[in-house]
Design a binder for this molecule. Structure first.
Ligand SMILES: Cc1cc2nc3c(=O)[nH]c(=O)nc-3n(C[C@H](O)[C@H](O)[C@H](O)COP(=O)(O)OP(=O)(O)OC[C@H]3O[C@@H](n4cnc5c(N)ncnc54)[C@H](O)[C@@H]3O)c2cc1C
Length: 389
């Protein structure tokens, strides 16, 4: 039986896949968006979005929906280290005056809905298990069914937006262009009864803590710890989380005494660092599938949006002209390395959690507004003549 030929099939429907599908569909492409998960659903990730990410959501007409989740705009930043305290307004990027941390089940769902409104066809609970090839070129995907053989769907281009353990990357054997060792682990949970003091981060030698107000009056409290430290206390991760939290700062310790943990503890020790080759004949990768880095600087969601835009901007010619598409994808790959190498290096450095390295510099400059502004711009990934990144 002859199946419909889509312009593009996007595998994976979270921040990279749904954003890419939305942009492609709005540009008039026929798009099939597939995900093995049911939506709305959560995923193992904290969910802070920097100003450049919110600027994309604003451009796509989705910022109002994101703020309607109840996650506040975080317009005050502070960074605390022993002997140093940097506080100030969040640096603005155009009209975006802060960051925001909507829960992933809300964010990813509204992105999928936007893709559907844009014209993409969406199929949840659809697990891609194989690719279709013709003359060395990917021409479709096969997804599993409970009964009978896998179903074939065909397209001019297959985009893997299926995360760091990407099935598409595995099936096309996308080589790693760069790989670095894993550096940190993340523990997080949600707390009620915490004061709203904007986005707060605390650095200690070997650990870093973030307090991030999110939806429903809850505060996400995440701790990153160096993999050189033990993962548990007496075999117990929860005790390790609590101990690291309480040692983050006396202020936080005091606030936690009257706060309540409202959710279970989430832990992620598997945080690889890599760039994969993000394209080949008939296929491309976007989001974590293309490039993953330690979550310490909370850049993955924002970067997924930026990557989606770069990819779709390049794909502006006829999708059936394979030579043109190959050229566009090569340009996309180049942009990707140029755009993200600096942030990648920065993440590797921060994930060493070696606060002693720059503590004296922070102590010296903690009352200098220009230094504080540069620090927070660098954190947010806002470039400019005064930025340190
Ligand atoms: C502990 C932790 C904390 C983090 N905190 C932050 C943060 O605060 N801010 C931030 O910006 N980033 C953060 N990140 C990074 C962020 O989670 C990722 O960068 C982001 O989720 C990447 O989005 P994606 O769409 O590329 O992939 P994913 O979010 O991984 O989505 C991939 C999708 O593909 C689907 N899929 C996979 N295989 C198949 C298949 N074979 N068939 C069909 N569907 C498939 C999956 O079901 C999934 O829905 C964190 C990451 C971790 C691990």
């Amino acid at each position: 039986m002859e199946t419909e030929m889509y312009d593009v099939i996007v595998v994976g429907a979270r921040c990279a896949g749904a954003a890419t599908a939305q942009l492609l569909a709005r540009a008039g492409r026929t798009v099939l968006l597939l995900d093995r998960a049911q939506f709305p659903s959560d995923t193992l990730s904290t969910h802070y979005i920097h100003q450049p990410g919110l600027a994309r959501l604003d451009r796509w007409g989705l910022l109002g929906e994101v703020l309607a989740t109840g996650a506040p705009l975080l317009t005050r930043f502070s960074f605390h280290a022993p002997g140093a305290r940097l506080t100030g307004p969040a640096p603005a990027l155009g009209s975006i005056t802060g960051g925001c941390a909507p829960r992933r089940y809300a964010l990813d769902h509204l992105l999928v809905q936007a893709a559907i409104r844009g014209g993409a066809e969406f199929r949840p609970r659809t697990n891609v298990v194989d690719l279709e090839w013709e003359n060395g070129r990917v021409t479709g995907v096969r997804h599993a069914t409970l009964q009978g053989p896998a179903i074939l769907e065909r397209a001019h281009l297959v985009i893997g937006a299926d995360g760091r353990n990407s099935t598409v990357a595995r099936l096309v054997r996308a080589p790693y262009l760069r790989q670095d060792p894993r550096l940190s682990r993340t523990y997080y949970s949600y707390w009620s009864g915490m004061p709203d003091q904007g986005l707060r981060t605390y650095g200690q030698q070997g650990t870093g803590t973030a307090c991030v107000p999110t939806q429903d009056g809850a505060t996400l409290i995440a701790v990153a710890s160096s993999r050189t430290l033990p993962a548990t206390v007496d075999g117990d991760r929860h005790r390790a989380y609590e101990q690291m939290l309480r040692q983050s700062s006396p202020e936080l310790d005091e606030q936690l005494a009257s706060a309540r943990q409202e959710d279970r503890l989430y832990c992620c020790a598997d945080q690889p660092n890599f760039f994969r080759q993000p394209h080949g004949p008939g296929w491309a990768l976007v989001g974590d599938a293309a490039h993953t880095k330690d979550s310490i600087n909370a850049r993955g969601i924002t970067d997924a949006f930026i990557q989606s835009e770069i990819l779709v901007e390049q794909l502006d010619g006829p999708i059936e002209h394979t030579d043109q598409v190959e050229g566009a994808l090569a340009k996309y790959a180049l942009h990707l390395r140029e755009e993200f190498t600096q942030a990648y290096e920065q993440a590797l450095l921060t994930a060493r959690l070696d606060i002693d390295r720059h503590r004296s510099h922070m102590i010296e400059n903690q009352h200098d507004p220009a230094f504080i502004d540069r620090w927070f711009r660098s954190f947010a990934g806002i470039r400019g003549p005064t930025s340190v990144n």
